[in-house]
Design a binder for this molecule. Sequence first.
Ligand SMILES: Cc1ncc(COP(=O)(O)O)c(CNc2cccc(C(=O)O)c2)c1O
Length: 434
Amino acid sequence: MSTALDAYWMPFTANRQFKQSPRLLTRAEGMHYIDDQGRQVLDGAAGLWCVNAGHNRPKIVQAIQQQAAELDYAPPFQMGHPKAFELAERLVKLLPEELTKVFYTNSGSEAVETALKMAIAYHRARGEGQRTRLIGRERGYHGVNFGGISVGGISTNRKMFGTMLGGVDHIRHTHDLARNAFSIGLPAYGAEFADDLERVIALHDASTIAAVIVEPVAGSTGVLIPPQGYLQRLREICDRHGILLIFDEVITGFGRTGSPFAAQTFGVVPDLMTVAKGLTNGCVPMGAVFARQSVHDVFMNGPEHLIEFFHGYTYSAHPLACAAALGTLDTYEEDGLLTRAAEMEGYFAEQLHSLKGEPNVIDVRNVGLVGGVELTPIAGEPAKRGFAAFLDCWNQGVLIRTTGDTIALSPPLIIARDQIDQLIGAIRTALRRL
Ligand SMILES: Cc1ncc(COP(=O)(O)O)c(CNc2cccc(C(=O)O)c2)c1O
């Protein structure tokens, strides 16, 4: 099948290189893709960190098919449909009890923009409208909209887009190769890195700061695992200064770290939480912001006929997305997937860390069913070794993600031991050839 490739301008892709040698996926089932050559490819990336239940799960497919035939679209402004409310009630039951409200979006980037706006509007509603500054973290990834790249800390995601990135600052990242290389699970050193927030607060004064946003596990930058005690310290500092803490759980949400959410894995409850990806098992675009009752209630003042929060999207709470999410939660619950990463963590870590000592491996990091293998960059050609590893694994029939010179693994949570062996074996073979 020869598909014309010219018109589609692809996202986050080396378009010219791809179109010279395209990689097209045509089907998927369970742990595998089928490419346009009929090759079976093991999915070591859950698509893009999102297909947590594995591909083409029947309950999800049926839910989408049925919904499309019943109610194709319902306006979410001043109108509703039952599944939007049913889904919100089910999601809240999976969350830490403090998080009781669900605001729907259509992606992780939109969830981040929503949370940032919600944080600033919250302080205004409390009479502290001067709290407009947002604090992100170096190496953070919070999607690609202007708010997300402003609080984000990856220069390649920011440098092309001008100066609309004001009103933010960043705390330092938590990567510490010197002390924490090859840590199994949470690194022992680095809780004190959270104290960098006190430096930023001293510079700007807490009275000007609305929120801090971090990924509990920094995914896109190359899987940085939070040092023991680090997130707890961030929480304490935010509480001390009346600053909202936002956990961006677009990647860690829905079982990735061994609990439904990283907040539960690490025992720290944020004030706002952003999710997407695993929310619908990647099948229909959807995101959400989970909020504490205390945040929500500050908005619920004034005349009852007035809109309390002037924000939302045409496709918020889309019926197809809600149906997909409900089918996804059914599948997670039936297969015990929201805690299976905790059961598989030990074996996954054992196999992943067996890569220590392979050529150019300078660190291995893991928690739950997410892992990072950091490689020595080729001098003067950053990311080239990483991409070569990706291509070599692809040619072996295994899909991995690489970010810079780090291999990022986030397989569907249904992965079996022999498939973990296949995944790690393909990486080992690739590393010995690079
Ligand atoms: C923490 C976090 N926040 C927001 C987003 C944005 O979500 P949307 O893409 O749905 O707008 C993300 C998305 N993260 C993401 C998306 C695509 C690829 C990769 C990768 O690291 O290979 C990571 C993310 O990881």
